[in-house]
Design a protein around this ligand. Structure first.
Ligand code: SF4
Ligand code: SF4
Length: 173
């Protein structure tokens, strides 16, 4: 008889309900943000259409990869090693780039060059791009301007990690 009037509070159900309300609130918040961006951008585009100057222009969608934005002048893309006019690498295997690299992704092995002007050249030069953070320290550290990051190559996704380990031949292009 007493059980009939006794109220059992189910905590699990209660937490589930709170969670569901939380999800719903987040969905509404997200939708409101999207709607705000949509209307603000649409308004900016309409104003610009009528040559009314606004502080900022409306956002546009770039149809990447069919359409590409030009890269900034000081961008850092994939590395390359520079060559002398005779085709020899400009690198003198001083290891400064490898020392400066915070990710320890450069490996240089030096060999002696019979040319006294050059003295040393890299018999091995490997950059493991899977570890590279594109900080550009290697370029800054190089006293010979032998390494640059101006290839415009920024699409570095590969199916195989090994393909992102670049050796001397690949870096010299
Ligand atoms: S860009 Fe930075 S992390 Fe990448 S190889 Fe150069 S120094 Fe190392
Ligand atoms: S790339 Fe430049 S810093 Fe690196 S080993 Fe060659 S000469 Fe030295």
């Amino acid at each position: 008889m007493f059980d009939q009037y006794c109220y059992y509070w189910d905590y699990n159900e209660f937490y589930k309900m709170i969670k569901q309300i939380g999800y719903f609130v987040e969905i509404v918040k997200g939708s409101l943000i999207t709607a705000r961006h949509f209307w603000v951008n649409l308004s900016l585009h309409i104003l610009n259409l009528f040559h009314i100057k606004t502080k900022r222009k409306g956002a546009v969608t770039i149809q990447y990869p069919e359409v590409r934005q030009p890269l900034a002048y000081r961008h850092r893309s994939m590395h390359r090693l520079m060559k002398h006019t005779d085709g020899k690498p400009r690198c003198v295997a001083c290891m400064l780039c490898a020392t400066a690299c915070p990710s320890e992704c450069i490996y240089v092995e030096a060999a002696e060059d019979p040319d006294l002007e050059i003295q040393k050249y890299p018999s091995k030069f490997i950059i493991d791009l899977t570890r590279c953070c594109f900080c550009g320290f290697c370029v800054e550290a190089c006293p010979e301007d032998a390494i640059r990051m101006d290839t415009d190559e920024i699409e570095l996704a590969r199916y195989d990690k090994e393909e992102l380990v670049f050796d001397l031949d690949k870096l010299l292009g």
